[in-house]
Design a binder for this molecule. Sequence first.
Ligand SMILES: NC(=O)c1ccc[n+]([C@@H]2O[C@H](COP(=O)([O-])OP(=O)(O)OC[C@H]3O[C@@H](n4cnc5c(N)ncnc54)[C@H](O)[C@@H]3O)[C@@H](O)[C@H]2O)c1
Length: 320
Amino acid sequence: MKELLLRRARLASPSGNEDDPWRRVILRATTGKADLEIAGVGAYEIFRPTPTPAAPLAGKIAIVTGAAGAIGAGICRGLLETGCHVAATDVSPDNLCSLVEDLRGVGPTIGVPLDVTDPQSVADGFAQVIKTWGGVDIVVVNAGIAIGASLMETSLEAFRKLEKVNVDGALLTLTEAGRILREQNTGGDIIVISTKNFFAPGAGFGAYCATKSACHQLARIASLEFAPFGVRVNMVAPDAVFSDGSRRSGLWAEVGPARMKSRGLDEKGLEEYYRNRNLLKTRVTAKHVANAVLFFATRQTPTTGATIPVDGGLPDSTPR
Ligand SMILES: NC(=O)c1ccc[n+]([C@@H]2O[C@H](COP(=O)([O-])OP(=O)(O)OC[C@H]3O[C@@H](n4cnc5c(N)ncnc54)[C@H](O)[C@@H]3O)[C@@H](O)[C@H]2O)c1
C-alpha cells in the first residue's frame, strides 16, 4: 500500500458530512509536491493533518485580505499559531513582503498580491492559493480604508474611493470565496472584519461608517445564502486598534491626526482616550481581534451571521 500525505482533495461525490468529506472517490489530490490524479482511495493509505488542542486548525488553508496592515498581520499570526497554512494577501507589495518576512518561522505563509477592488486580481489571488495548496477553508475579509471628514466635507470622489475598497472589495471577496467553497463542497468559514461603527456611527466619520455598514450587511446576507452549502459567515467588530507590534494601522495614520486635533490630544493621549472610554478600560489589540476570528474559525459553537464585539465593552455599539 502506498502512503500519501494528502493536503487537499477534490471529491467526485462528497459525502455531505463535513466532518468526513474524504470517504468517497478522490479525483484529484494535491500533495506537498505536486498534483496527482487518483482513480480511487483503495490503493492508498491517506494521512491528513490531525487537529490537536494546540493546533485546532492543522492543515486548514486560510486567505486573509489586507493582511499587511495592523489587524491583518495579527490575524495571520493567530491563524498560523493554530496550525493553518496562511495566504497573506494585500495590494501593497512592499508591506506584504515585510509581513511574510516577519512571519517566517511562525508557520507556512505565502504572500499573494491581491487588490480586492479588481475582480481579476481577486480571482487570480484565490487561484494562486488553490494552485499552491489545493484549496481554501477560511477566508478573512479584512481589507478596508478610512477617511475622517464630516459629510459636508466629504467629496463624492473620496466617498467612492472608500466604497470601492470597503463595499466592492467585500462583495468581490465574499462572492469569490462563496463560489470556490461551494465548488469544493467542503464547507468553510468566512469572517468579515466589521467595526463598532456599524452599531454606533461617529460624527466626522460618515463615509467610513456607511461603507463599512454596507460591508457588514453583505456579510449577513452571505450568511443566509452560503449556509446551504455548509459555509458560515460571521463578523468581528473591533474598536481602536492602533498597531500590531511595530506595524502601525494605516487606517489610524489616516484618521488619527484629525481625531487628535479635534480632542486636543497627542498620539499617546488618543490611545489612552480610547482605552478609557470602554467599560473594561482595556487597550484593544490585533491579537484580541485574531482571537475572535479564531473562535469562529475553530467552530466552537454552531453560529453563523453573528458578530463578536472586540471593543472592551461599549454599551451603545454592542449587539447585546
Ligand atoms: N484599526 C482599527 O481601529 C479598526 C477598528 C475597527 C475595524 N477595523 C477594520 O479592520 C480592518 C483592518 O484595519 P487596520 O487598522 O489593520 O488597517 P491598515 O490600514 O493597517 O490595514 C489595511 C490593509 O488593507 C490594505 N488594502 C487597502 N486597500 C486594499 C485593496 N484595494 N486591496 C487589498 N488590500 C487593500 C492596505 O494595504 C493595508 O495593508 C479594516 O477593514 C478596518 O475597517 C479597524
